[in-house]
Design a protein around this ligand. Structure first.
Ligand code: PLP
Length: 410
């Protein structure tokens, strides 16, 4: 008899976006002519940058010739991409990251999900609330939590509430924790962590010998100069932090798939006997055993964004979405709603009117304005009373959606 991993049974049934799709389909069945505008799922709508398309075409042609054909590549990624990442995002910004500390992957969802494998099951995990659900769910699957309680919280997890009072920065844990997930710019709140806040987290991690798992998948959307793009801008972070980055939102690679993770050599965790072991070696072991490399063609497409032309093209791409963010934020604010985010992130986090539960607001918005967004409660219990809109729609739909908001009876 084969037994299942019963930790999977602890997870609640319906995945957020499946439930949204179910409700939208039910609405469309009854209202087939409704012109529904989708500002829900965080997927991009613009095509890949031209530089990436050209680089990938060229790479396809190389695959057709015996002399330039590539089979298995290095699991950690090709040097041409690793060196381009290193120069553009670290060395040129005065940050030390070595080539063998960068691991190219098929996107940061996989990396954020898999990283917990190299940590012991006894570790106490701290997770912001609300946040990207992958951090929590993967720890539940691994057995690092107890059961889901009536309060919507898994036993054994240290939830870090992010509230409007603190600008949605996660509060510090009350006791000791071992693994800390941070997401800046944050999905769903669209807010970022300041240098001082990150310094406090690095100091906490150093004191507690904890590890920070820093997801900066949306770093390209930071517009304000004083907001850190990388955790390694903080002194001492190399000893306590792993960083995740993605090409998905930076360059439209959501369907093309490429990301990377940085694990500095100084970063240690401990055996039960108290011996220090470097996490880079463990991640290298995991990556080389369980992953066979991002396709050569995709890595060529990713590397192209670091050329001068590529940088100009992704600046335009990000700028387009950030203009949508401004249109939504200012439009909704003038319609009387309270909005957060949208300045250094492609997400607008709005407070539901009259403390309406977020799924009720979802229904109201769908039925009265034919707009689809994402209920805040889907990202954690502290997301209740909030609602996420994305700036990834096209301009025309974004403008039309804002007009509909202005006509909505709040
Ligand atoms: N991290 C955050 C915070 C995200 O919102 C997402 C995607 O929505 C990801 C990671 C995953 O990105 P990728 O497409 O690189 O897997």
């Amino acid at each position: 008899m084969a037994f299942i991993n019963e930790n999977y049974l602890k997870l609640p049934g319906s995945y957020l976006f499946a439930e949204i799709a179910r409700r939208v389909n039910a609405f469309k069945e009854v209202n087939p002519s409704a012109d529904v505008i989708r500002l829900g799922i965080g997927d991009v709508t613009l095509p890949l940058p031209q530089v990436s398309i050209e680089a990938m075409h060229k790479a396809v042609d190389e695959m057709a010739v015996k002399e330039t054909f590539r089979g298995y590549g290095p699991e950690q990624g090709y040097d041409f991409l690793i060196e381009a990442i290193r120069e553009a995002n670290y060395t040129s910004r005065g940050l030390k990251v070595d080539s063998d500390e960068i691991f190219v992957s098929d996107g940061s969802k996989s990396d954020c999900a898999n990283i917990q494998e190299i940590f012991g099951l006894d570790n106490v995990v701290a997770i912001p609330d609300p946040v990207y659900p992958v951090y929590l769910d993967t720890n539940v699957m691994a057995g690092r939590t107890g059961e889901l309680g009536a309060d919507g919280h898994f036993a054994g997890v240290s939830y870090l509430p992010c509230t409007a009072e603190s600008g949605f920065a996660p509060s510090m844990p009350e006791g000791h924790v071992d693994m800390i997930y941070l997401c800046s710019p944050n999905n769903p709140t669209g807010t970022t962590l300041s240098r001082e806040q990150l310094e406090a987290w690095v100091a906490y991690a150093r004191k507690e010998k904890a590890v920070i798992l820093y997801d900066s998948a949306y770093a390209a959307y930071i517009t304000e100069d004083n907001v850190p793009r990388s955790i390694y801008e903080i002194e001492g972070a190399r000893e306590v932090a792993i960083e995740f980055r993605s090409f998905s939102k930076t360059a439209g690679f959501t369907g093309t798939r490429c990301g990377y993770t940085v694990v500095p050599k100084e970063l240690m965790a401990y055996t039960k006997n108290g011996e220090a072991r470097d996490l880079r070696s463990l991640w290298n072991r995991r990556h080389t055993t369980k992953f066979n490399g991002t396709p050569y063609i995709i890595q060529r497409g990713a590397a192209a964004i670091y050329t001068k032309e590529g940088q100009a093209q992704i600046k335009e791409l990000v700028g387009y979405y950030m203009e949508n963010a401004r249109i939504i934020r200012e439009g909704l604010t003038s319609a009387g709603l309270t909005c957060f985010g949208g300045v250094n992130a492609p997400y607008i986090w709005l407070q539901t009117p009259n403390n309406m539960p977020s799924w009720d607001f979802f229904n109201k918005l769908l039925s009265e304005a034919n707009i689809v967004g994402t209920p805040g409660a889907g990202f954690g219990s502290c997301g209740e009373g909030y609602f996420r809109l994305t700036a990834f729609g096209d301009r025309e739909n974004t403008l039309r959606a804002v007009e509909r908001f202005k006509n909505l009876k709040l």
